[in-house]
Every structure is written in structure tokens, then in C-alpha cells.
Design a protein around this ligand. Sequence first.
Ligand code: ADP
Length: 381
Amino acid sequence: MSQISKMNQRIVKSEAMTREIKQSKELFRILFYRSPIGTYIIQNGHFRLVNRQLAYILGYEEDELVGKPALSFVLAEDRDTVRENAVRMLKGGCSLGYEFRIVNKQAKVKWVMETVVPIYYRRKRATLGSLIDITERKQMEERLKQITAEMQHSNTELEQFAYVISHDLQEPLRMVSSYTQLLAKRYSNKLDSDADEFISYAVNGAKRMQTLLHDLLEYSRVGTRGKPFIPVNCEHVVEQAMANLKIAIEECNASVSYDVLPTVMGDEGQLVRLFQNLIGNALKFRRDEAPLVNIVAKRRNNVVTFSIKDNGIGIDPQHRQSIFEIFRRLHTREEYPGTGMGLAICKKIVERHGGHISVQSQPGQGSTFYFSVDTAGGESE
Ligand code: ADP
């Protein structure tokens, strides 16, 4: 090959290399400077290279940042932990998603999330970092925390209120009840028939109010007077509930069966009340035939789900949620006695045990109530 053609070849090669270098520079410019993520290189604690987005987050021009100590933009309270994190990162690799606060040029504090990796830049150790502004997300988290705290506060206040009301009303009501009963005893058949009727209304009204208050008090006590959680054997719990319902079970000739039931962390008294309410309802809302109640427990990871199945009158699916509300009933007192608080108390007990309660049923085809208990035993707030 002649000297000239060799030179020509070299020129073509070097032109291709120049083109490639230009393209790489172009690509770098796009990737680094136009990136929507704040990107930078820090060396000896000072910014060496910064992109437009970082400058935007900090509120400066890019060239105002180069050469400045990176820590000077970090909020004073967060500086020590950011410094420690940088040292840890240089020893052990990268640091992902580290959150801290910076102060921008307008003295506004912003939350940012940083990811950094150690690199070599111009043959010296350096840090390549990327930063995103998470102020909005943090503000929303804060607001959510505030709302949750406010809700917990007003819930506690409401519970206290319900407790005080139902507790303090009991005493005057006991007076009304005993004196109306006394009236009935002493004056029945001595006044006219209207008077007898009025007195009997007053006696019944006072009795009903006492039952309502008693149930409301029990409801408010689930949250305020609960016992600390201990390991509770659920077979013993069901046996106690059945012992409390002995007369009702015998009266309607019911048969209540249960599988092997586990031990869970909980408040024993409340778990007895829970089973008692559910079994009691299965007996109360029976059809003409003798009630059959079957209790089963299934464990999945940390959660045990109990089911209480009956062969009673069933429930229209449209009431599946509402029956758990306080004072909600689907029948008149003449059809079935009750206050409509039983299932609301069940729901509150289940929620305190970190679980959920639900029902599956069709009218005339029995009902199955399900409730879960978190066996890890964390009491819900
Ligand atoms: P109460 O028993 O005092 O009416 P609950 O809160 O225990 O109050 O129940 C609410 C309503 O849910 C009941 O009035 C009844 O209509 C329905 N219900 C509850 N348990 C059953 C059941 N096992 N079978 C059919 N209906 C039921």
C-alpha cells in the first residue's frame, strides 16, 4: 500500500473517532445535564460537577454550586447523619434512598432523597450522587400522621364520652326504674285502666333504656377497659361461652360443635364475649328446626380465621355491612329481643385483636360469620 493511501486511511479512522467522541459527549450532555434527577459529582466534600436539576432543587445557577462544600446545603440538624452516611458509603459501597433536608437559596427547607455511589473521577476518589425532591410526599405523610393522630384522639374522646354518659346515666335511671316498678306494684288495679297501661309503658321503657345503656357501656369498655393480651386457648374460650349460654342451648335443643381450636394472643374476657354473642345470635335467629352451630379455625401465616356457621334464618346480603353498626337491627323487638349492639361489640373486639369480621349468608339458608385474629398479638390502636 502506498504512503498516501495509508495516510488517507488514518485520516478516515481519526475522523470516525472524532465523530464517536462527539457523539459520546453529546450523549453524556443529554444524560447528565438534561436528566430530570438532580445529579452531581462530589470530590473532597465539594461539588465538582452538577446538573441543571440539582441547581433547580437547590435554587442556584449551576456555576454557583461548583466548588461549594456539599454539606453547606444540608439543614444543620441533618448534617451529622449525612456526613456519617457518606463515610459509611465510601467504606461499604452505595447508599440507596437516603432521606434528609436541604436549605435552598431562598432559605426554604426541602426534603430530598439521595442515592450515592463511590467512583473515580479524574483518577481521584469521588462520589456520584442523584437527588430527588420529596417535599410534597413528606408533607402528605406528615398530614396523614396528623390526621391519624387527630382521629385517634377524637375516637378516644368519643369512647370516654360514651363511657361517662352510659355510666353516669345508669344511676338516675335505676331510680326511675325502681320507682315506676313500685308504682306498678302498689297501684295496679287501684287506678283506672289507662293508668295501669301508662305505668306499664313507663316500667318497660325504663327497663329497655337500662339494657341499651348497659350494652353501650360494654361497647365503650372494649377500647377503654380492655385487659393486656396473653396466650388464650380458644377451646376454653368457646367452652366458657357455651357455659354462659347453657340455658339457651338447652331450651332450643341446639347442638354446638367445634374443631381443634388454637391458642391466640388476646383478651380472654373479650374473646368469650365475642363467641358468646355470635353463638347466642345463632340460637336466637333460628328457624323452626333445632339450631346446629359449627365452629372452625383456619391458620394462615400469623392470622387465624374463625368461622361460626349456623342453620338459622339467614341474612339478606344487602345488610352484610350494616348489621355491624351500633343499634342496627333487622327485626322488631317483638320478633326477636335485643338492642342491636351485639355485633357492634363483636366488631370492636375483633378490631382490637387486629382482625376483621364479616358474614356470608342468604335468607333462609343459615349464616356463617368469619372473624380473624392476628396471632402475633399486636393490639390495634
Ligand atoms: P341483636 O341481636 O340485639 O339484634 P346484633 O348486633 O347481635 O343485635 O345483630 C344485629 C342484627 O343482625 C340482628 O338484629 C339480626 O337481624 C342480624 N343477625 C345477627 N346474627 C344473625 C344470625 N346468626 N342469623 C341471622 N341474623 C343475624
